[in-house]
Design a protein. Structure first.
Length: 56
């Protein structure tokens, strides 16, 4: 009886909905935004002629 319920529940779900992709989209957004702002900061520091260790 228990195995029948699990197979029925597994058969209902065939495609991944937007809620299933949301955690991956959040992580991808964080990675992309971190990379963008890091590269932007390096570019600004280099353009101003400041030493690279100024933020440490």
């Amino acid at each position: 009886m228990r195995a029948g319920r699990q197979s029925a529940a597994a058969g209902r779900r065939t495609t991944a909905g937007p809620a299933d992709r949301r955690p991956y989209a959040m992580v991808a957004g964080l990675v992309v935004s971190f990379a963008f702002f890091t590269l932007l900061g390096v570019t600004i520091i280099s353009t101003l002629g400041l030493p690279q260790d100024i933020l440490r």
